[in-house]
Ligand binder design. Sequence first.
Ligand code: ADP
Ligand code: GLC
Length: 482
Amino acid sequence: MKKILFVSSEAVPYIKTGGLADVAGSLPKYFDKEKYDVRVMIPKYACMDAAFLPKLHFVCHFYVNLNWRKQYVGILEAEYKGIHYYFVDNEFYFAGSSPYNNIYEDVEKFAYFSKAALRSLPYIDFAPDIIHCHDWQTGLLPVFLRTSFGDDSFYAGIKTVYSIHNLQFQGRWKIREVMDITGLPEHIFNAGQLESYGEANYLKGGVVYSDFVTTVSPSYAGEIATVEGGEGLDGLMAAKRGSLYGILNGIDYEEYNPQTDPHIHANFTKKDALVGKKRNKAALQKKLGLPVNEDALMIGMVSRMTSQKGFDLVDYALDELLSSMEIQFVILGTGEERYENTLRNFQERYPDKLRALIGYSEGQAHQIYASCDAFLMPSLFEPCGLSQMISMRYGTLPVVRETGGLKDTVQPYNEYEHTGTGFSFCNYNAHEMMNIVRYAYSIFTDHKSEWYAMIERAMAQNFSWNTSARKYEELYDKMTEL
Ligand code: ADP
Ligand code: GLC
């Protein structure tokens, strides 16, 4: 039995701000249980859903040294859908209304988390063969493992794999302060290790110190080794190419299942999707106070409102799109205030055509996936993207920009060959986006049978974790054989 520990800053069902939580909480379910014991460790945030608290059991406590600081670590555990979760408890670090605050607080918080996770292993009596780290928040874990724990035989055989879910966030901060926070030796803050553009870089530490590096789609694995997509680390990524794998994310087929989804108005399958989707669409229109109109192309978005997700294009294009077509937009998300405010403004100007649902809601997200005709995701870059896969699972056709995982998962409609599972455009340009939305509108309005056939093809796709989980298993096998 191979023992694997996922260490992540978020995981469903406990805490989620984006797709990382979906991945860290759902992928472990899909490993072969006879061969892999995969457990998950996350912080116990004060903002975690309180409903779970009674189910968390105290395991132990101890103290961890971070340079001159000696910090409390409590470990709790819980079982959820067959997966063993551990929680690192420290009320000072994990207070606040969201998992992430200011970068200067976060660099200390996640240095603490990474070291506490390592220190906890003998206490929880789990000696993993592999620690699977995710994103910059756990970048220092492989660094601590090889430096601070380098002389301890308990840790000697542990291998690490580091998954990049988003290269834009690297955890960069002043070298002097990171040295003070971590107690890591000065000599590792050089250009070949933790230093990058004059700062300490957590993600770079993770990449340099791990045995293997993965990212969440094959296209993104290529893009991050280029100047355009490398976020300043393209040289490092290119140098790592031999041990950098792009493994496509999957989605949780139990959680996102139109047949059983408790959040949606009417459940449906591929067979009765047309009827089911119409019922959901009418119900959502009614609920949101939009005109109940089957003929309006209803376009959904469920997204963090950041520049990554293409909101600059959306802001630019909405006026023209809303004023020229029988179209409705339902947009759910939170993020940068400038985008939230612009969307609120559009809602005031187009009360019959746009709803800006500013907030975070699982229920509303599922309703949008199930009810809309199309789902817009015009990302500037997209490491993988789960929303477009969820949409297809619910027969909602994605309209995406051809980048990263969007390119790997959405086949553009070809009207001559009658193929495709959605619509796509190439350049990050509002007019290209508007053109493709207009094209989608024309197919929806004038070629209904083509639209329906595409719903069927989209729903027939398989985005479950089964294929990708096998790829991670192969990687784990390779790592432990080395
Ligand atoms: P990212 O991780 O970059 O935010 P993904 O497409 O990988 O993008 O994953 C986003 C996940 O977060 C999806 O499960 C999506 O449904 C969910 N999500 C994003 N914003 C919201 C929101 N406001 N309310 C509910 N779910 C949301
Ligand atoms: C990141 C990326 C997103 C990806 C998710 C899960 O948040 O932005 O594209 O799907 O991580 O890997």
